[in-house]
Design a protein around this ligand. Structure first.
Ligand code: SAM
Length: 271
């Protein structure tokens, strides 16, 4: 890929999504942009470049960003955070919110939906009274429209349901449709999907729990810090924020504390 084309797309994507594409990833950029170019009726990424450079529309920009996101995810990813939610976080929040009887969760880069649906399944399975008599809100958002479209459908193939989902949950919360599995209405209803770009000012919240896992790793340090600060801001006092297992926050603001819950590390906003 020509240097000038790489720099154009890398800079465009970083400015509009925070995703930082390092040099050395030219091949990745080229193959994804070739694919997008073909799907839009262009010859290849070079022709797409000419179009993007001279007449970039909002729609085309969204399609380019979408093509360059990494949507890797699976049900109950890493397991331990979900155990921490079940054993410590949710019971603690339930005690705290007896008066309001309301809990708000946010899966802040939900990709194709496995993360918020895992949370909804966990709540329905282990906290049925809460689901039936409290206001339980699960907001799930992502920048990728195509990932959100799949998430809203809630239909997964055999390989996807084999990744992380216990068979008992598959049988209980999904119905088989041909070669695919569709999540049940009762779980789907619990989750609201919205397109939210994390680098823009956040107009949501506050939340008792935020999952923002495996997304800040794609951002450069300054952007990571900005998004992290914004996430901490929309957390309620006593609320919990989870990053991916391998992720380290850029810094710990004075009102946040690090918590080790079983085999997971998370971050709690002080009361
Ligand atoms: C690797 S997936 C992680 C999905 C899920 N959180 C998990 O841990 O399994 C990263 C997601 O971050 C999303 N993403 C990247 N930049 C974003 C941004 N600026 N705002 C919102 N979502 C973004 C991508 O579209 C992708 O779906």
């Amino acid at each position: 890929m020509k240097r000038e084309i790489f720099e154009f797309f890398a800079s465009l994507v970083e400015r509009s999504s925070g995703i930082s594409i390092a040099t050395g990833k030219e091949y990745l950029l080229e193959s994804r942009l070739d694919e997008l170019a073909k799907s839009l009726g262009y010859r290849d990424h070079e022709q797409l470049y000419q179009v993007a450079r001279t007449r970039l529309t909002r729609q085309l920009l969204d399609q380019i960003v979408d093509a360059l996101t990494t949507n890797e995810t699976y049900f109950f990813r890493d397991q331990h955070p979900f155990e921490a939610l079940r054993k410590v976080v949710i019971p603690e929040l339930v005690k705290k919110r007896q008066a309001e009887r309301r809990l708000r969760f946010w899966s802040a880069a939900c990709s194709t939906g496995q993360e918020p649906y895992s949370l909804a399944i966990l709540l329905r399975e282990y906290f049925p009274d809460l689901v039936s008599s409290w206001r339980i809100e699960i907001l799930a958002s992502d920048i990728s429209e195509s990932a959100l479209e799949k998430a809203r459908k809630g239909v997964y193939n055999q390989i996807e349901v084999n990744r992380g989902l216990p068979v008992s949950f598959l049988v209980k919360y999904f119905k088989q449709v041909g070669a695919h599995w569709e999540i049940s209405e009762e779980i789907k209803r619990m989750v609201t999907f919205r397109k939210i770009n994390l680098i823009e000012p956040l107009r949501v919240g506050p939340f008792e729990v935020i999952l923002c896992r495996y997304v800040l790793i794609y951002f450069a340090q300054a952007m990571k810090k900005r998004v992290w600060d914004n996430l901490c801001r929309v957390l309620t006092p006593g609320g919990y924020l989870f990053l991916g297992a391998t992720e380290i926050p850029p810094h710990l603001p004075p009102d946040m504390e690090k918590k080790i819950l079983g085999k997971t590390i998370c971050f709690r906003k002080k009361d």
